[in-house]
Design a protein around this ligand. Sequence first.
Ligand code: NAD
Length: 304
Amino acid sequence: MRKVAVIGMGNVGAAVAHQLVVGGHADDLYLYDANEAKVNADALDFEDSMDNVPFNVNITVNDYEALKDVEVIVSALGHIKLLDVPHPDRFAELKYNRKEVAEVGAKIKASGFHGVLIDITNPCDAICQLYKEATGLPYEKIIGTGTLLDSARLHRAVGKFFGVHPKAVKGYSLGEHGDSQFVAWSTVKVFEQPITELIKEKNMDLEAIDEETREGGFTVFYGKKYTNYGIAAAAVRLVDAVLSDSKEQMPVSNYREEYHSYLSYPAIVGREGIVKQCQLDLTEEELQKLQHSADTILSKAQVK
Ligand SMILES: NC(=O)c1ccc[n+]([C@@H]2O[C@H](COP(=O)([O-])OP(=O)(O)OC[C@H]3O[C@@H](n4cnc5c(N)ncnc54)[C@H](O)[C@@H]3O)[C@@H](O)[C@H]2O)c1
């Protein structure tokens, strides 16, 4: 039986749970929210879909002891309205989420949970570290969705420029899931051709693509005051990678010893979480940007 938990049933958690239910990604689904009315309503709503979807899913609500046997927890708790300010920064939620993560992390630890925790809650990289401290889980069992979403946005933006599907584009956004993230253009290829060659051939400017990649998330956010489907797809891909031990390479937030921080860098994800850390051949400028991003995460995480 594939046992998956989602903690936090707001815009994001509900989208994750919905994809898990209608896509048949879990057999037992455990849903949690501080707002009992909301989580019970969502649970019943999912049960009402059971007759019309091709998979059965058993749903349990707010049972923290049950986490003992759960294989993957997805953290989607938060307070998105804190970002509804003129110039939002993903660190705006840190003060609130720090306290919630400490409480929830203690309950996860008390349950005896020994699976993999996938964090969506922002600021993603700093929250991974807080979950590590609260749960006592090994570093490799806590993974942040990090720039898996930003890399998907990059693939979408580049794909649109060249008229190809996002899957035809490879390459990574790295570092913080936040303002200091950057596209490592030396890693980006379209149908196996380096983008740095392609833009010379076509006399194009990387800056415009870069801008579109960076702004994509905020365009969604300003349209509806939250983002949820893109991140849900990224989180469910990670859930599948763990449950099926797929050992896929993905840019996710993982603890990198040399930067003393969680940050996004490609890693191999499988049953035990991060099973291998990859090594890219970055340019000097990209390495400096990565160091800057790590420094940004560490300094912003100090905010109490
Ligand atoms: N990493 C990413 O790429 C990414 C993308 C989108 C959103 N996010 C983050 O995901 C989080 C959720 O976003 P949202 O739009 O769903 O927010 P939201 O405010 O709609 O929902 C958050 C939910 O968490 C619940 N919650 C808060 N504290 C809790 C606790 N201690 N225990 C259980 N439930 C608790 C709230 O009751 C609420 O239902 C935010 O931190 C947001 O910034 C991350």
